[in-house]
Design a protein around this ligand. Structure first.
Ligand SMILES: C[S@@+](CC[C@H](N)C(=O)[O-])C[C@H]1O[C@@H](n2cnc3c(N)ncnc32)[C@H](O)[C@@H]1O
Length: 247
């Protein structure tokens, strides 16, 4: 399969999804707007930030073009974002270096709008670094983290259990893990024998089975998100969010 996350179409879609303003993404007075800013909400509402101590490290698995990684740097001193897509990591790295990136927002058919998206100047971008890599085979010398997030990643992996098993050593005892997933299982990404929860009969039960007893489930809730395809077509999805503490 050609990796869709290497395409320019998805690169532009994700630059807009992560960084464009509400008015640029969804210029309508009804519906939808509550589902904007998902990557920012993941970083700031996913982990319990009141429990994060000074000097903490964070890891953002499947970071895409990096918005959550930058938001984590508001309260973590070092943040590493890892994604398998070279195109996404190139864009995230340019955002880290320059603080801005050009983006093309599709409006309709052959009409588009050139945008310049940016990282909030209050964020210390020097705290953040990005690596192209496979979340299922993270380098052994990466160390441990007080915060690990994996947002909408696990149902895009051939072997989600590889990541879930590795989290036990990546998250420090007492540290926090935040996972979101819409459980959109597709054979093209994940062979059905690897779908969590008895072939995705009950995916969240499968997640609990994979993480307990090394992790304690603190909270689970629903998180809506909106991805713009063009001015009149949006994907509105509801991710299953869960916060865990490493025992
Ligand atoms: C649905 S997107 C979610 C991106 C981002 N976390 C967000 O919430 O916007 C899935 C991401 O996982 C990345 N990905 C897919 N397989 C991966 C792997 N094996 N290792 C690391 N990242 C991967 C894709 O490149 C893509 O950026």
């Amino acid at each position: 399969m050609i990796n869709p996350y290497e395409s320019d179409e998805l690169l532009q879609q994700y630059l807009v999804f992560h960084y464009a303003s509400a008015a640029e993404q969804f210029p309508y007075p009804f519906g939808g707007a509550d589902a904007l800013d998902f990557p920012k909400r993941c970083a700031l509402q996913g982990p319990d930030v009141t429990k994060i101590k000074t000097g903490s490290r964070a890891l953002d698995l499947g970071c895409s073009v990096g918005r959550s990684s930058f938001e984590l740097a508001r309260y973590c001193e070092e943040v590493i974002g890892i994604d398998y897509s070279h195109a996404f990591i190139d864009a995230a790295t340019r955002m880290q270096a320059d603080g801005v990136h050009p983006a093309t927002r599709l409006d309709e058919g052959s009409a588009s709008t050139a945008l310049e998206v940016s990282v909030d100047s209050e964020i210390d971008r020097g705290r953040v670094s990005f690596e192209q890599g496979d979340a299922q085979a993270i380098r052994n010398d990466i160390g441990q983290f007080e915060v690990v997030i994996a947002c909408n990643l696990i149902c895009r992996l051939p072997e989600p259990m590889k990541v879930l098993n590795r989290l036990i050593e990546l998250v420090k005892p007492g540290g926090q893990l935040f996972i979101t997933t819409p459980f959109t299982w597709l054979e093209e990404f994940t062979p059905s024998e690897n779908w969590l929860g008895d072939g995705a009969q009950d995916s969240f039960a499968g997640l609990i089975h994979a993480l307990e007893p090394s992790f304690k489930l603190e909270k689970r809730w629903d998180m809506q998100f909106l991805i713009r395809e063009h001015a009149r077509k949006f994907q509105y999805s509801i991710a299953q969010a869960s916060r865990w503490t490493r025992v």
